[in-house]
Design a binder for this molecule. Structure first.
Ligand code: NAP
Length: 353
């Protein structure tokens, strides 16, 4: 199959003016409150933010980045308006020639992981979460290494990425204990009933309970820095794959004993964004972006990951990553808030729980 162009949707995260300055620099000089109100109230059209080029794939862009002009908090607080802005961004992507569209960050949450878009016949949609779960699993297993401290908490466990990751960890039996955390107890119980046959699994709706875990994986759809110093065990490792991030760099000042690593970031050295950036250095991509690119390169037609991806979809996208490995498509070397990081072995969490 020959490649099809793709488009990847992004939106401003917690600090709207700062993110919009990536499209038009003067916006970064305006007060946040002014930009926030304008974006929330005005019926702004989607914006072509960048063209995506891959070495060896010719002079034409292989894809586009399209900005949905609505902030992370707006998407969570006004999902109806959020969905309509996502639909308009997809219309825009189709006009740009996209055959497959990936839902970045909370554009997936607001469309129930793309389920509300399944009737669209004009373009294939993916939430990118099959590859995201795969990459986060790879990063987590690398972190755990040979450690005998393998108690893992997944925060946002019942979401699209979270559920897929939990199922992958249960399939591989690669952790000793799972703690599944979210706000809704019913979904947690349902997932735990499925996984506890393979891995001892506990559930909690209280973030303080992650203090009994060696590693905390953040996969929560929230615009706030939820994870705070008091939540973490001594020497805990945190893998934060959220966008907007649920950790703040100040956590490291308060708790120099913990390590916070960036999750869901993929090295694709051949990848170049022209005309704008999405907050990662050239050659790096979010895993959901990378899944969209892989489907485009593969000439995929129709929808892919919608709602919670299946493990077959995870296996398929891993296979695509191996097929296009000449471009990269592997978990990026460890970083912490964008800076190169060394990973210590997990330390004992004696005295807690
Ligand atoms: N790095 C990457 O490439 C990449 C790729 C895809 C997604 N992501 C990010 O991963 C995160 C999850 O995405 P998703 O599509 O899986 O989202 P999702 O399907 O909406 O799932 C969100 C999960 O978080 C839980 N949650 C929401 N607010 C919470 C809170 N305040 N406290 C505790 N749990 C909370 C939800 O359950 P309850 O509602 O029951 O609490 C649910 O389990 C997002 O931040 C997204 O941007 C990153």
């Amino acid at each position: 199959m020959s490649a099809v162009p793709f488009a990847f949707l992004v939106h401003p995260r917690a600090r709207i003016a700062e993110d919009l300055a990536r499209v038009w620099r003067p916006l970064g000089r305006l007060p946040e409150g002014v930009v926030e109100r304008a974006v929330r109230r005005l019926p702004l059209p989607p914006v072509s933010m960048a063209r995506v080029h891959l070495a060896d794939e010719g002079p034409e862009p292989v894809g586009h980045v399209v900005l949905v002009p609505f902030g992370a908090r707006h998407l969570l607080a006004q999902p109806h308006e959020g969905r309509s802005r996502v639909e308009r961004a997809i219309d825009h992507a189709v006009r740009l020639g996209a055959g497959v569209v990936g839902l970045g960050a909370l554009t997936a949450t607001v469309t129930a992981g793309g389920v509300t878009l399944r009737d669209r016949g004009d373009v294939g949609v993916t939430n990118g979460n099959a590859y995201t779960a795969a990459v986060v699993e790879d990063q987590l297993l690398a972190l755990l290494g040979e450690s005998d401290r393998r108690r893992v908490a997944v925060v946002g466990a019942t979401g699209s990425v979270g559920t897929t990751l939990v199922r992958l960890l249960a399939r591989s039996r690669s952790v000793d204990e799972l703690l599944l955390v979210a706000r809704g107890a019913a979904k947690l119980d349902h997932l735990a009933a499925e996984t506890s046959r393979r891995v001892p699994t506990a559930v909690s709706t209280d973030l303080h309970d992650v203090r009994g875990s060696d590693v905390v994986v953040l996969l929560t759809a929230s615009a706030d820095a939820l994870l705070r110093a008091e939540h973490l065990a001594p020497g805990a490792l945190v893998l934060d794959a959220t966008q907007p991030r649920n950790t703040s760099p100040t956590l490291l000042d308060e708790r120099p004993d913990v390590t916070v690593l960036d999750g869901g970031v993929v090295a694709v050295p051949d990848l170049r964004l022209r005309g704008g950036n999405i907050g990662l250095p050239q050659g790096r991509a979010y895993a959901c972006f990378a899944e969209t690119a892989l489907l485009g390169l593969d000439g995929h037609r129709g929808h892919f990951s919608l709602g919670v991806p299946t493990l077959d979809q995870v296996d398929h996208v891993r296979h695509l990553a191996a097929r296009f490995a000449r471009h990269g498509f592997a978990a990026a070397p460890a970083t912490s808030f964008g800076r190169p990081a060394t990973v210590r072995e997990t330390r004992p969490v004696a005295g807690v729980r």
